[in-house]
Design a protein around this ligand. Structure first.
Ligand SMILES: [Zn+2]
Length: 476
């Protein structure tokens, strides 16, 4: 069923001309000044209302401003495009020797066999789909804890089974994410590798010695360069400190060049070794500040393409895609941090803004007064996000958020110590209520046309629509 032809806007004007809406009641006089926004009922009627702001189309990150991918789009993409259906993945983890039954514990065997049986019954489901089934959840509750945990372990193993690189880059291209700078360059690199080795997985390609060497050499050059700059800066420090720093730089050089290719944790080991030099007394701490600033410039997988690819080579093909997408997906960010000592921020929408995964993980618990010094663009981008959210509230699309702008305005003000002051003057709940009603009515009309018995609508009960519109899930 399609509702694309009707917009709330032209429907609204139709009512304005006749002075009546479809139920025959006159609109209140205040409505004449309102002009409903041009809103299309695009796609599935499931989108008649949106209840979760992470699901708003093309919402800009409240910090960096990039267009985020909807949370559900990323989930669907991973589940339907990237992971294999469980029926295939469970077979392949054996063939590709990720899971060796003869060495597996009894718990793992039991979990594997249960999942395999289920997957054969429903061959199109992914392992995530299966684990989300009520029957499976109930079954797990009855099982010993170790067996239940083994279900999750099997799930993680199935994620190692991957499509070839050509398929991966084609699918990501179709999704068209608005990547950040580094991720854009990573993806470009993956595209070029996929051209050279279309039938192999990212994991296999990145682990080819000749390819790994290219990225590792580039990464080491950067690491050594940072150490060289630190060495130069150390020359101006008091002798006792200088000696310690130079010694430590030498150690760091060895860590980066002479140890195994396993780069996980190397950077954090080096940084903490420098921190320990300067943490002894206040004097050395101040002297070390400049050195620490330089050392913190050591490339990592968030700031450097080579580091990303080397780390990716130690994870899996699917993990690479997951990480790339997680950085542009829309996530809830606690304005007042959730884990602030003695004073936790609430986990509900009055304390959430939507940030991309990258900004969310960067912020951690930093107060916005400090964070906005590093990211001054946040002040404008938070406003742009609130504007868009208000637009969707006024249009009658985003429901359950009528009090949100006011609450978030206050939360941002407090958390940023007055630096982020958003304007919410455009919020118009009267308009929102009218538009919601219009949307319901248009929707009901369409239902009638399709000879479906009109049913009572209730806000905040998304499953009502699902019940009407979607046939119950059935699988062969
Ligand atoms: Zn961001």
């Amino acid at each position: 069923m399609k509702l694309t032809a009707i917009t709330a806007s032209n429907y609204y004007h139709k009512i304005k001309e006749t002075g009546r809406n479809t139920t025959g009641s006159f609109l209140p006089p205040s409505c004449n000044s309102l002009c409903a926004d041009k809103v299309t009922f695009s796609g599935t009627p499931k989108n008649l209302f949106i209840k979760d702001m992470r699901e708003l189309p093309s919402l800009g990150c409240g910090c960096c401003g990039i267009k985020m991918l909807k949370n559900s789009s990323v989930n669907n993409f991973l589940n339907k495009k990237i992971y294999y259906p469980a029926s295939i993945a469970l077979k392949r983890i054996k063939i590709e020797k990720y899971f060796n039954e003869s060495h597996a514990s009894e718990e793992m065997k039991e979990a594997y066999n249960y999942l395999k049986e289920y997957a054969e019954q429903y061959p199109h489901l992914t392992i995530n789909d299966i684990l989300a089934k009520r029957t499976v959840k109930d079954k797990r509750k009855q099982l010993p804890k170790e067996v239940s945990q083994a279900f999750d372990e099997i799930r993680e193993i199935t994620k190692l089974v991957a499509h070839n690189s050509k398929y991966m880059v084609d699918e990501i291209t179709k999704l068209n994410p608005d990547f950040h700078k580094i991720e854009k360059r990573v993806f470009k690199e993956l595209q070029s590798l996929a051209q050279d080795y279309p039938d192999e997985t990212f994991f296999d390609i990145l682990n080819k010695p000749q390819i790994k060497k290219i990225y590792l050499t580039k990464l080491q050059d950067k690491q050594l360069n940072v150490l060289k700059i630190a060495e130069e800066a150390a020359q101006n420090l008091p002798d006792n400190l200088k000696v310690k720093i130079i010694e430590n730089i030498e150690k760091a050089r060895n860590i980066f060049t002479e140890e195994s290719g396993d780069i996980l944790h190397k950077r954090s080991r080096v940084i903490s070794s420098f921190n320990s030099i300067f943490s002894t007394d206040d004097k050395s701490k101040i002297a070390g500040e400049e050195i620490m600033q330089i050392i913190n410039q050591l490339p990592d997988s968030k700031t450097d393409v080579n580091s990303f690819l080397i780390k990716g080579a130690q994870k899996s093909s699917n993990a690479i895609v997951e990480i790339l997408l997680s950085r542009v997906r829309s996530t809830y960010e606690h304005v007042k941090p959730h884990h602030r000592e003695g004073d936790n921020g609430a986990s509900n929408i009055s304390n959430y803004i939507a940030l991309c995964g990258k900004c969310n993980s960067e912020r951690q618990r930093t107060g916005y007064d400090i964070f906005t010094q590093l990211h001054p663009e946040m002040i404008d981008n938070a406003q742009a996000q609130i504007d868009k959210i208000i637009y969707f509230i006024n249009s009658g699309i985003l429901i359950g958020h009528d009090n949100y702008p006011q609450k978030i305005q206050k939360a941002l003000d407090i958390e940023s110590k007055g630096k982020i002051k958003v304007n919410i003057d455009k919020l118009d709940i009267t308009k929102a209520k009218i538009n919601r009603k219009l949307r319901q009515e248009v929707f009901a009309e369409e239902q009638k046309k399709e000879n479906k018995k009109p049913k009572i609508f209730k806000f905040g009960k998304g499953y009502f629509y699902k019940k009407i519109l979607q046939k119950p899930e059935k699988h062969k």
